[in-house]
Design a protein around this ligand. Sequence first.
Ligand code: BES
Ligand code: MN
Ligand code: ZN
Length: 497
Amino acid sequence: MTAPKLALTESDLVGLAADAVVIGTLQGTGGVTLAPGAEAVAAAFDGGLPKLLELLGATGKAEEVVRVPAGDKLATDLLIAVGLGKPEAEGEVTAEQVRRAAGASGRAVAGLKKVASALSALDLGAAVEGTVLGAYTFTQYKSDAGKAPVGKVEFLAAGGATKEHKAALKAHTAIAEAVATARDFVNTPPNDLFPGSFADRAAELGKAAGLEVEVLDEKALRKEGYGGVLGVGGGSERQPRLVRLRYVGPKARRKVALVGKGITFDTGGISIKPAAGMEEMSSDMGGAAAVIATVVLAAKLKYPLEVVATVPMAENMPSGAAYRPGDVLTMFGGKTVEVLNTDAEGRLILADAIVRACQDDPDYLIETSTLTGAQVVALGKRTSGVMGSEEFRDRVAELGSAVGENSWAMPLPEELRADLDSRLADLANITGHRFGGMLAAGVFLREFVAEGVQWAHIDVAGPAFNSGGAHGYTSKGGTGVPVRTMAAVLADIAAND
Ligand code: BES
Ligand code: MN
Ligand code: ZN
């Protein structure tokens, strides 16, 4: 999509020429109140604004949008009051409340050329992310694209735009753009986004960002022994790839490996999935999309880290060339895996990629994937499951939740390892039962992580794709989760090791 142009304004929003001005409202016991940032606008209404809003039905509840004609009070014709919900304490709202309200406002101002937002008075970074992501659309395949996203947004920088304001605007704009990049990948249909074209697009983005780029095609994969990627990708006419994107920052003290599942379409293979809802398996590359966007973001924000993304890409199809239940694959690095179900394909391509990533000797490894239906059963559509080494797992889960990508730490129970024992090979790709499916996948992945690497596995099977309507700053379709979690983790490692 074309992202809106963003700027800071020191104007009080009363005299500013724009198509609309956005202010925040709060839900109180005594009715709707105005959030900080709306003071000058309120004064222009001579104190009558809360009463007027109430007459228009405003309550201040989260994501409520109320339009107020303002031509005789403000330089703009339209005032948009967007609900933040109940404040935590006296007038205090969380960053996520601001992000969601800003998201609702970003959707509400579609079609307008220029708007100003007072939500930045509460939290500039959250207002920027929410507004840009709320405005996100993906209309490339529509003959009629409908209303264009808002052209320009000016954020109120009360008391003058400081260096901190400018830095926050820049960082959060880049973060929002990274999320949009990941969404674009997920929303691109699988006839246009297949391993070869996905690798080309990733390489192009990487080059533009000044990254080191390496793409292994099926020949190179065969030569180097990537049995997992080749096994899964073998059933498709469109052969698999492995993409590596490397960023080395200034004074990089820590090395972080990112790995993301890039199944461009998951039919299940010979263990084929039911037809109903299968189209959503075009989002089975959400993890890959997120790590590609994140390593590009790391370069844009010049994190003082080395970040290397290793991204296996394959299409899981049934055909005469497809791998089958009963096959034994020799993975990159030499471990063997008996395939008992070709629909448990993600862990097979990830195993290869994790072993490759660990050859670089990273301090940390973050792997993310739309890995199991069991994640959705356990945690629902909007909470990611985080597994891995305990300390790092908890850090990732906490930082993810803190930026509004709800995450929950999950265990890797020891007893599940024996359930992955195979009659023929070093291990099997599934257990013989339905218990703890998300955890069993994590236990499988652990077998491929090198000793001493602090690692986290983020299962985003539910959160990567929004099958329902738009809400807050989350559009329909690809969500870009967990880009903001990984960005927060990278920033935290850069700051604290
Ligand atoms: N891509 C799916 C997981 C998935 C399910 C993602 C729903 C998003 C929404 C994965 O490859 C898969 O098919 N997993 C199987 C594993 C099973 C065969 C052990 C599953 O969860 O059913
Ligand atoms: Mn599958
Ligand atoms: Zn899959």
